[in-house]
Structures are given as structure tokens and as C-alpha cells.
Design a protein around this ligand. Structure first.
Ligand SMILES: [Zn+2]
Length: 258
């Protein structure tokens, strides 16, 4: 991947595959719009049940190529031990200064995994700190203009949804790059054709990394469909913003009535 000096969009996630699962559709859409898009993973996922740091690094690179990313970095924080402290904020802030994204995508703060919550909070603070001139960071101060929070399927306070129908297959193929986590890639074809009931797919020996019996196959299909049905499209991802939106003409808002 040819690294660029400046990104338009940076997604920050705790583990490799988090960003693909929760915001891969939006990131791919923005790549297709000509935006420079990157992902910063905070840890290598070495504490996961399956795979090891080396395998997961290779898989993260493969997923990045499938998505067309301009950058993928890893802050090398300890997996299952990402802490909300200044040193970690500054690590992220340095990447924000280096890559100068205008938009940052963070995990929503409703989380079960402590790393995900820490990532959400660290990323928010890092966006602010990166703009402070006197902090011990290299490069020019930079503060992203916009922060949005990707749903990790534990919240329903969505501010907007993104139609990911056109990029759904590409998103699934990026997730399927993580073979150590999700088994062989044939589940992508299953999900696209819905030719096999999910129970058969799980029984075929593929791995459950979420709750028992919940394969990524089912999660991606059912969540994306359910979110899409809220706005009348086939597949969607959900995002939340903290700030209020300043509107002049509500008739120009891209809101569908269904
Ligand atoms: Zn994760």
C-alpha cells in the first residue's frame, strides 16, 4: 500500500477487523469517492481465542488492500489491556498529526469489551490533543473537523445511517480476509446467496468469535439488513454524532420517509 502524507478519513479501532466489521462499508464508499482513507488499529489482537499477532497483521494488510486503504497502522498497545491514559492518547494524537484526517471514525461508547470503550475515549481525547501546539508531539498541530461514532451493535441512538448495499460484498471480502478469526472464505458466497441456513454454516466447522452460535455470517447479514430496513435500503451501517447539527433548510436534509 502506497502511504500518503495526508488522509481524508481515519478510522481508529482497538483490534484488527473491528473497523471492517463496524464501518467497512462507509470506509469503502469513501475510497470509491476518491477519498484517502486509513485505519489505525490500537492492538494486534494477540489475546484473541484464534490466531496470533503475526497472522493477524498479515490479515489486516490483506483486508486493507481489499478496501483500497491508503494507510493502515498499528499503535501496538497490549491487547485486552488498552488503558485510558495520557501516553496512549499521545500515541494516537501523533498519528492524527502525521496523517491529518478531516474525519475520524471512532467506536461508539456503548461497549462490552474494555478495549473498545478505551479506544472510543482515547480517540476522542487524541483528536483534541493533536491540535494543542505545546504538547510533546512532532509535526504541526492538527484537529479533525468531524468525529463520528460507529455502532458496535450495542446502541440504538443513531444520528444517521449509511447505505452500504453497493459495497456490501467488498466489505464481506475484507472481513473474510481474517481467516484466523472467521474460518475459510466460503461463507462470503453463502451470505451473498443466502443458500445455506446459518446453522449449517456454523456446523460446518467455522468459528464463532462472538457469542456461541453467532457466526460473523449471521451477524453481518442480520444487523446490516435490520439497519437498512430503518431507512428503506437493503444493507446499512449506523453512526452517531455527539454535536448538534446546524440546519438552514430541513427540506434539503437527506431524510427518507418510509
Ligand atoms: Zn475488537
Amino acid at each position: 500500500m502506497a502511504e500518503v502524507a495526508k488522509l481524508d478519513v481515519l478510522a481508529i479501532a482497538a483490534h484488527p477487523d473491528d473497523a471492517e466489521i463496524t464501518s467497512g462499508g462507509l470506509l469503502i464508499k469513501m475510497v470509491r469517492m476518491g477519498r484517502k482513507v486509513g485505519i489505525l488499529d490500537l492492538a494486534r489482537g494477540e489475546m484473541g481465542t484464534y490466531g496470533n499477532a503475526h497472522d493477524r497483521a498479515g490479515e489486516a494488510g490483506a483486508a486493507a488492500r481489499i478496501m483500497g486503504l491508503a494507510y493502515r497502522g498499528n499503535a501496538e498497545m497490549p491487547d485486552a489491556g488498552i488503558e485510558f491514559r495520557q501516553e496512549n492518547k499521545l500515541k494516537i494524537a501523533q498519528v492524527i498529526r502525521d496523517k491529518k484526517p478531516e474525519l475520524v471514525v471512532l467506536p461508539h461508547w456503548a461497549q462490552r469489551h474494555p478495549d473498545h470503550l478505551a479506544c472510543s475515549r482515547l480517540g476522542y481525547d487524541a483528536c483534541f490533543l493533536a491540535g494543542l501546539a505545546k504538547l510533546p508531539l512532532e509535526g504541526e498541530p492538527h484537529r479533525p473537523r468531524k468525529i463520528i461514532y460507529a455502532s458496535y451493535y450495542r446502541n440504538n441512538d443513531y444520528s444517521f445511517l449509511v447505505d452500504i448495499g453497493e459495497v456490501f460484498e467488498q466489505k464481506l471480502r475484507a472481513i473474510a480476509a481474517y481467516e484466523s478469526q472467521f474460518g475459510d472464505k466460503s461463507w462470503v458466497d453463502d451470505i451473498l446467496s443466502r443458500s445455506a441456513p446459518a446453522s449449517q454454516v456454523v456446523e460446518a466447522g467455522r468459528k464463532d468469535v462472538f457469542s456461541p452460535g453467532v457466526h460473523i455470517f449471521d451477524l453481518m447479514y442480520s444487523r446490516s439488513r435490520a439497519l437498512g430496513q430503518l431507512v428503506g435500503v437493503t444493507f446499512a451501517e449506523a453512526y452517531t454524532v455527539k454535536e448538534h447539527m446546524l440546519i438552514d433548510d430541513p427540506l434539503k436534509m437527506p431524510v427518507r420517509s418510509i
